[in-house]
Design a protein around this ligand. Sequence first.
Ligand code: GAP
Length: 448
Amino acid sequence: MSSNVNMEKIVSLCKRRGFVFPSSEIYGGLASCWDYGPMGVELKRNIKDAWWRTMVQERDDVVGLETSIMMHPKVWEASGHIDSFTDPLVECKSCYLRWKATEIGNNKCPKCGGELTEPRMFNLMFKTFMGPVEDEADTIYLRPETAQGMFVNFENAVTISRKKLPLGIAQIGKSFRNEITPGNFIFRTREFEHMELEYFVKPDEDKHWFDYWVGERFNWYTNLGIRKENLRLRQHGKGELAHYAKDCYDVEYLFPMGWSELEGIANRGDYDLTQHTKFSGRDLSYYDNESGQRYIPYIIEPSAGVERSSLAFLIDAYQEEVVEGETRVVLRLHPSLAPIKIAVLPLSRNEKLTPLAKEIYKQLRPSFMTWYDDSQSIGRRYRRQDEIGTPFCVTVDFESLEDRQVTIRDRDSLAQIRVPIEELDKTLRAKLSGESFEASPLWATREK
Ligand code: GAP
């Protein structure tokens, strides 16, 4: 986290520049629900793409899956969510605010000091009814994790992939939790997107793969630009472990409200496949034809949230710096995460410049997420692009009409170079590639 960032600045930038808006804003908003604007959807898409590339595309031991949000209600009995996916809820007898008992740690209301009710267990799953009749028999749940969709498809994945263990199944999709205390902007919400990997391993290899995934996941964030000093690993204490977990590490990020979970990596042991075998009557054990053994695989699960990652990437990238006496806000996002890669900016909205600028815009669009902007002064347009983290601006000026060269302006160093239009694609591609960015001393040594 940069020293000069706080949550108010991030919320304001997100609203101002089209990353995140309050949901149903014209009706006064809906508590802790958010809509993602033109920049927000691109950032989320880039994070999901980066995750999928690392977790599926670049590996030969992981396959993807997309499962239904609504599942057979027995899934949630088997998984333990009906009995155990609960939080202790207390209510203030004076101001009626509700709190998660485990988060407040004393017996007086943190808001008004009032007396609290005895805790009662509150299930975090959203309930609804399938079909036209609102009958207990038709109760179903919105999934609180994508994981169960992968456990119940374990057999399908093994058969279809024709792969042996260790084998991973990856999924990105929406999850829902009726959180008692959502908040901190998009950090904790009732609807969010999960990026989950369920990695099925031989029981006696669980420790090895657990350690492996803890390391891999930590590095994923630093490879995408999060500063190492803002990340740490924290092992769960015994009393803190989820009902299914044997062991768990959180990757924590130093958010403005303090160190908080960014991602959890759990060793779920044989809990899930044992439970689904029991409840479905289907034998989910695995026959290992190398060892001739049959066993219930253990599961190692790295589980991350798209919105929480977006928040961490935004906070870590945010910087304010004084340039020529003026403060500029810049998002030094990794180029692969930046919503817009290139902005094409004619020096002014002059009729002589427009055709060439538009021609360049059309030339770049098929290869890069490109933005065209000719309104207001060039200085203001640069600042707008800095605030959304656009790595490069291409400026078309009157000289360009003569020499068919344009200026590339670098977001981080503010350096400008002139290149022939014919070489623009190649030059930008090289500049945007991870290697060239990571080698750049400026990006690597961003202000701490
Ligand atoms: N399947 C395991 C599982 O769901 P979790 O620790 O409850 O584990 C994993 O969630 C990640 O999902 C968290 O580290 C966080 O990034 C994200 N997440 C969980 N609850 C969230 C919420 N209410 N709002 C936003 N993100 C959430």
